[in-house]
Write a protein of this length. Sequence first.
Length: 439
Amino acid sequence: MSTIYFVSLGCPKNLIDSEVMLGLLGTEGHAVSADPAFADVLIVNTCAFIRDAREEAEAEIQRLASTKGKGQNLIVCGCLPQLQARRLFHRHPEIDALLGTHHVPSIGEVVSRLEKGEKRLFYLDPPTFIHDATHPRLVTTPPSYAYLKIAEGCSNWCSYCQVPRLRGPYRSREPDDVIAEATGLVSMGVSELVLVAQDTTLYGQDLAQPADLASLVRLLDQELSGVWIRILYAHPAHWTDELTRTMAACPTVVPYVDLPLQHTHDEILQAMGRPPSSVAEGIIEKIRSIMHAVALRTSLLVGFPGETEEHYQKLLRDVERLEFDWVGVFAYSPERSTKAWDMKGKVPASIRRRRRDHLMLLQQEITLRHNERRVGRDFDILVDTLEEGHAAFQAPEIDGVVVTDGEHAPGARLHVTATQVLDIYDLKATPSPESSYSR
């Protein structure tokens, strides 16, 4: 059997694909190495969503190709092969196999064929795969949390985005299958389940017996106890009042909402293929009126074709007025396969970057104010590493962290008091020993 060195790039949804591939390889007897020098097979699971992601993937491929030794095989998986197909062979002749997003279950077969001396293999069919609870999965996150993918692909076709091309149409997992994987993860000791999909709020509408995210959340809440459930990647067009009420009523669901808006000016939103700003603002108002102490996160895209200084200034005013806890800001990345590629009113790259940096500075002031108000307050955290954890108002790996006094077992749940703000995003906290416990 081979020894595998694995690199996973991109979002949590891509990480789950990587974990499934590692699980499949593990069941076939392959081992994993943290050092590429001691591996027989080098695998990189790529992201290709925007140019920065593609450049990161290309750099990682080149790094592994440059150190690839005699007898080693290099496999490139995921979105970059799905986008660029066999052209990658020409740019990186050291690659031995390419797997697109549909062929996660084929990883064992590919490794076996490479072991037998075959080269330049490619598996690049249209994406229809979605993993289920029967697929083995090697969870690589700390015991404090794990990602739970409830659907794959996307059918929204926002004008700036090529995910539908890379990942295929939206397809939901059956509720029973999601529950089966969730209970399995919790039985392993996972303390938080983070629900992810390209659009979590569209969940279930494509099933033979239609469901929705609210009904899935209620099922998870009924089946699980003593854990946190967090929802990421919600789409304003598919959010419902029922989901707001369900989240507020279910004790396992943390008061945290990730609602990517992309912009707040209706002219830009219309060009993006997104709902008008009134939709998102109505959702935010309802959430804040029903969910106590809710933390709100959004993602924003600046420099989209046609964005004028007037459009941008409105976005700045709205961000200051809405006061999100957390905001991710991205400069528009022109993608050839999208509708936005041919749109007029291109914004120069230097202006896109300047607007991104300026908006981030504004949001940092807002985030700092939110964190300063948390100093002196008590709350629970889940321990991610010996000296760090995250609270309900912080999505792991995405928002800030809570740095604790002393060392604690990863996966433990602690009741802490915030004592200090560290570097805008992070908090320092002192645990209360009498109320700390571990699952």
